[in-house]
Design a protein around this ligand. Structure first.
Ligand code: NI
Length: 131
C-alpha cells in the first residue's frame, strides 16, 4: 500500500465526502478506490471487453406470453447466461436475477431486449467486471 497526498478544491472535497456518506464508505481512501474501480468497469463496458453483470427484472407472470418471450430471448445467448434465479414476490409479481458474462455489447443487447418486453414492470442491468 502506497500513501500519497491529494489536493482538492473545497467543492470537490465536499463532493468526495458526499460519496463517502452516500456509499457508506469508511473513509476518503476507500471512496477514491471505489471511484477508480468504477471508472475501470465503465471503461471496460465502453470498450466492449469481457465483462460480467446481473440483469434484474420484475414482471407480472400473468401477462400474456412474457415468460415464453423472456425464455426465448435468453436462449439466443446460451453462453452468456450463467444462471437465472426466479423468486415469486406475491400472487402476481416475479423477481428474476440473471447473472451474465461476455462481451459488453452483447450483455447490453440481451438486457435491452428483456427490459423492453411488453409487461415488464422494472428492469435494470448491474454492470460489473470479471476481475
Ligand atoms: Ni414467479
Amino acid at each position: 500500500m502506497k500513501r500519497f497526498g491529494v489536493s482538492l478544491e473545497d467543492n470537490l472535497l465536499k463532493d468526495l465526502d458526499e460519496i463517502v456518506n452516500k456509499q457508506k464508505l469508511p473513509n476518503r481512501s476507500q471512496a477514491i478506490r471505489y471511484l477508480i474501480r468504477k471508472n475501470q468497469v465503465d471503461d471496460r463496458w465502453e470498450a466492449n471487453q469481457e465483462v460480467s453483470g446481473c440483469i434484474v427484472l420484475v414482471y407480472d407472470h400473468h401477462k400474456r406470453d412474457i415468460l415464453n418471450k423472456s425464455m426465448s430471448i435468453q436462449h439466443d445467448y446460451p453462453s452468456t447466461v450463467l444462471s437465472v434465479q426466479h423468486v415469486h414476490l406475491d400472487h402476481h409479481n416475479c423477481l428474476e436475477t440473471i447473472a451474465v458474462k461476455g462481451k459488453a455489447f452483447q450483455l447490453r443487447e440481451l438486457s435491452d431486449r428483456l427490459i423492453a418486453l411488453k409487461g415488464m414492470k422494472h428492469g435494470e442491468m448491474v454492470m460489473s467486471a470479471l476481475d
